[in-house]
Write a protein of this length. Structure first.
Length: 67
């Protein structure tokens, strides 16, 4: 979402020009390669034997040790 908003703002600033077309091409490239790279990285980690840790989310409060 941030990529779309930032590049849209820059395209509005540039007006209708060659720079706008270049900004659109860069935005499209980023939007297509980001998820692809993330999938490739996660798939490589899974194939190498790493498993996601289901119990290590940061929104759960840490249990304090008894004193």
């Amino acid at each position: 979402m941030a990529t779309i908003l930032i590049f849209s703002g820059m395209m509005l600033q540039a007006g209708l020009s060659l720079a706008t077309l270049k900004l659109f091409a860069i935005m499209l490239f980023l939007l297509l390669t980001g998820p692809t790279a993330t999938y490739a990285l996660a798939n490589a980690a899974l194939l190498s034997g790493l498993k996601p840790d289901a119990g290590t989310t940061s929104d759960k409060p840490k249990e304090s040790s008894p004193e």
